[in-house]
Write a new protein. Structure first.
Lengths: 288, 298
């Protein structure tokens, strides 16, 4: 590997790995997208017969009867999918996306890329990967709750002008972007954990300590590795922020399109970030 | 890789087709289709002046096709009601009536709505006698539908002389009393009790009103209703009945029945205040009694 100077160089080198000869490197992406789409299909049809039989009691009890009817069901769909996605991420997507770690190492060692072989090698670390995913999710939730409390406090500001008014306005408008930036930092903070679990066969705590050792001295480069691909999510974030007016203008079913786009974009971003982090880790290891 | 993508895409497509097929022409599909047509109608209604007849006829045709497609379903009846509404909007009242009549069927809710709309067209034409006959038949045939439930109260606002008005309130009160007897422990009973209180208030039956309001909070200690009823009880006990014990007894019963209720503190304060007024033997007559809210079908 050539000398790494900036996140862009690492990203460029990682991008080169995704070529036809290494086509099995695409398998995790394809499978994650497939699983997400199946779940989305099920949730999309949940207010209709025959799935209604199972979903109606749950939806009407938690959110109310009106969410079983069009177009209110479309308003609920992103929320339902978000909950389902958390479960998928925790138990399936997490392990599938870190398969790329082993694949990148195989390419680096000039070995053939095999989805099956990578899966067999990665499975012993499954529980640690789940723990790592759980930790990331937990941090997101804690941040969400903390920001929620902040918004709750801001809501009590009655000023219609002046500093407090602007603080309130800023906090409300910045909410999704604060989440976005926090997400980047959390991902960057633990990005080498799965790499160490898969490549060095570390246990969770060992991988966590090792992660900070790798991160030491290359924190901002790692943030850059996460930030640049994640920027591709911004257009979607804007769409999600304006989903109400989009649904009004076009159709409530635009929600489905936004979710589908989200599945493709976030899966690609996640896999690409893991690839870039693995490349950087291998480079660092080889150059110590 | 191509094979994998093809297999997975086929599975996705199969699931989609299967679930679409199983739910084909179901309630959800009807609901979605009707929503689409209604959206167009909403646009036309907001641009009524500039919409040519041709466009409106086209929309009516879409509703007709829909009603035919989902014939027998509740959505077909709803579409029929909307067609009637479109004619009402165009002030073609005889045609509107014809369309509304088609919406009368086994479903009581849409039938009551259709009958109500027919009565409304007669009212607009100035045939109050015909309208009244239909309103009475709605009370008779669809008493526990959303539309039928409010008709007796609606009739009270249409009485010309005070004698008629008293009679209308007496009829309405009897109607809601019957609902209460026939539907114990239900939302219907709660709503009927509230209507009864309005009727009694209009009849200046202060004691009856307080008793009904007391019954409401003792049986349904939920929501904003408590605050409203307590305000009513206080007002009537203090300014009309000058009987503080009536209110105090209701609040004591409430606290005894629901010892952990959120309103307990507030009611204890009310008891204290009423007790104070009672001890001082104050007679307050100046506070106005709340004007009743009477629903209108406009």
């Amino acid at each position: 590997m050539s000398k790494v100077k900036s996140p862009l160089t690492v990203l460029r080198l990682s991008f080169i790995l995704f070529k036809f000869e290494n086509q099995q490197i695409f398998y995790p992406f394809i499978i994650i997208v497939f699983i997400n789409l199946v779940i989305l299909e099920i949730l999309y049809f949940s207010p209709r017969y025959p799935l209604l039989v199972f979903f109606a009691p749950i939806i009407s009890r938690i959110w109310g009867q009106e969410y079983l009817h069009y177009p209110m069901d479309m308003m609920l769909l992103p929320k339902l999918f978000y909950y389902a996605q958390m479960v998928i991420y925790l138990f399936l997507s997490s392990i599938l996306s870190v398969l790329v770690v082993d694949m990148v190492a195989a390419i680096n060692n000039e070995n053939p890329v095999s989805f099956k072989a990578s899966l067999q090698k990665s499975l012993p670390g499954y529980i640690y990967i789940v723990l790592y995913s759980f930790l990331s999710l937990l941090l997101f939730q804690v941040f969400d709750k903390a920001y929620g409390l902040l918004l709750h406090r801001a809501f009590k500001i009655h000023s219609t002008a002046g500093t407090y008014f602007w603080i309130k306005k800023f906090l409300f408008y910045a909410a999704p972007y604060a989440q976005f930036i926090f997400g980047i930092f959390v991902t960057a903070l633990f990005i080498y954990v799965p790499v160490l679990i898969i490549l060095e066969k570390n246990k969770f705590l060992g991988a966590l300590i090792g992660n900070f050792k790798v991160l030491f001295g290359s924190f901002w480069l790692t943030v850059g590795l996460v930030l640049v691909p994640t920027l591709f999510y911004l257009p979607l974030l804007l769409m999600r922020e304006n989903i109400g007016s989009l649904a009004e203008m076009i159709s409530p079913q635009i929600q489905v399109l936004v979710i589908v786009l989200g599945i493709f974009v976030t899966t690609a971003i996640n896999i690409f970030i893991v690839t870039a982090a693995t490349s950087h880790y291998l480079y660092k290891k080889e150059n110590i | 890789m191509k094979k994998l993508i093809l297999v997975l895409a086929s599975i996705l497509l199969f699931i989609y087709i299967l679930l679409s097929f199983l739910s084909f022409r179901g309630d959800y599909c009807a609901e979605r289709e009707l929503w689409g047509i209604n959206r167009k109608l909403a646009f036309i209604v907001s641009h009524q002046e500039s919409t040519p007849d041709y466009t409106i006829n086209q929309l009516v045709n879409r509703y007709r096709v829909f009603a035919k497609k989902y014939n027998g379903s509740i959505y077909a009846k709803r579409a029929q009601l909307i067609i009637g509404g479109v004619y009402l909007l165009r002030k073609n009242l005889p045609q509107a009536r014809l369309e509304y009549r088609k919406a009368v069927g086994p479903d009581k809710e849409s039938s009551a709505q259709a009958e109500l709309a027919i009565a409304k067209t007669y009212e607009l034409e100035g045939h109050w006698d015909k309208a009244l006959a239909i309103y009475k038949s709605i009370i008779q045939n669809y008493p526990v539908t959303d539309s039928g439930f409010l008709v007796p109260m609606y009739l009270t606002s249409h009485s010309v002389t005070s004698g008629d008005r008293d009679q209308a309130f007496t009829d309405a009160l009897a109607f809601y009393q019957r609902i209460v007897v026939k539907n114990p422990n239900s939302r219907l009973e709660y709503n009927a009790l509230r209507m009864m209180a309005i009727c009694q208030l209009n009849q200046k039956d202060w004691s009856g009103t307080v008793k009904t309001m007391g019954k409401i909070i003792l049986k349904y200690p939920v929501g904003k209703g408590i605050q409203e009823e307590v305000n009513g009880i206080n007002l009537l006990c203090v300014t009309k009945l000058h009987d503080y014990d009536m209110g105090i007894n209701i609040y004591r019963k409430f606290i005894q029945k629901y010892p952990e209720h959120l309103a307990d503190g507030f009611l204890k304060k009310m008891i204290k205040d009423l007790q104070l007024l009672k001890n001082k033997r104050l007679i307050i007559q100046s506070a106005p009694v709340t004007t009743p809210i009477i629903p209108r079908y406009n």
